[in-house]
Design a protein around this ligand. Structure first.
Ligand code: NDP
Length: 246
């Protein structure tokens, strides 16, 4: 019997990168998976097809994480389609870096809306549908603990915010048997942070393992936290960064 057999997961931002890897991993382990995306409908449909061709069930939902109504609807649509919700993975995020003097408040507000407010709204709505054994996992960032370059203060702030939110929400949901955790990746090879991008060399030099992470490696930690085995882990931020912060 697969570990997530009979369970339903919702992954925000599941069309590409880390979120797509998480959606596929949970599906491989037996979960039925809904995933949201903002723009990349083709990519989202591709993830659904890949899950279905491996014998799983999946659904793609367009929902901008900055739009609270769309986020709530994505949660209720998941429950309507699949009958329940066991695992929420708050993965959707954007990274806007600018020199301090050029950082617009529109960029600041958009990043807070997607990376922080969207996480709160999704968790609030998802919790209404979860029972004992429910799991909330947010993808934060190792930059919550250490931001080594200029221009990334507001991004690091949003990831520090979800770490703190995680600690608080663990108290709201612990009594109901629901755990709330935060996974903090380091440099991971995706469109957001390609292993051959302009910052890649600097990052690699700062990592004891000397390479970017693979999205599958992040998905593996998420799969552990989502599993019944992880029932004693809550309110935690788990860093998975190849030693970037070490
Ligand atoms: P990508 O940019 O490669 O993918 C982002 C995903 O999120 C896409 O599926 C995208 O969908 C979706 N998304 C973006 N904005 C929104 C939105 N407003 N509403 C709904 N979905 C949205 O990023 P990664 O996979 O690299 O990052 C995933 C998470 O991991 C983020 O929270 C990021 O901050 C975090 N992270 C990443 C690291 C890295 O090195 N890659 C390191 C540390 C943390 P669409 O294409 O449709 O817009």
């Amino acid at each position: 019997e697969k570990v997530f057999a009979g369970k339903v997961a919702l992954v925000t931002g599941g069309s590409r990168g880390i979120g797509a890897a998480i959606a596929k991993r949970l599906a491989r382990d037996g979960a039925t998976v809904a995933l949201t995306y903002a723009l990349a409908k083709e990519k989202a449909d591709e993830v659904v097809r890949s899950i279905e061709s491996a014998g799983g069930r999946a659904l793609a939902i367009q929902a901008d994480s900055a739009d609270a109504v769309a986020v709530r609807n994505a949660v209720t649509e998941t429950v309507r389609a699949f009958g329940r919700l066991d695992v929420l993975v708050n993965n959707a995020g954007i990274a806007v870096f600018h020199p301090l003097d050029e950082f617009s408040l529109d960029d600041f507000d958009r990043m807070v809306a997607v990376n922080v407010r969207g996480v709160f709204v999704a968790t609030q709505e998802a919790a209404r549908h979860m029972g004992q054994g429910g799991r909330v996992i947010t993808i934060g960032s190792c930059t919550a603990d250490r931001m080594p370059v200029a221009g990334g203060g507001p991004y690091a702030m949003t990831k520090g915010a979800v770490a703190a939110l995680t600690r608080g929400l663990a108290h709201d949901l612990g009594p109901r048997g629901i755990t709330v955790n935060n996974v903090q990746p380091g440099p991971t090879d995706t469109d957001m942070n390609p292993a051959d991008g302009p910052q890649a060399e600097r990052m690699r030099k700062a990592m004891p393992v000397g390479r970017h992470g693979h999205a599958d490696e992040i998905a593996s930690m998420v799969a552990y936290l989502a599993s019944p085995e992880a029932g004693f882990v809550t309110g935690a931020s788990l860093t998975i960064d190849g030693g970037y912060n070490a």
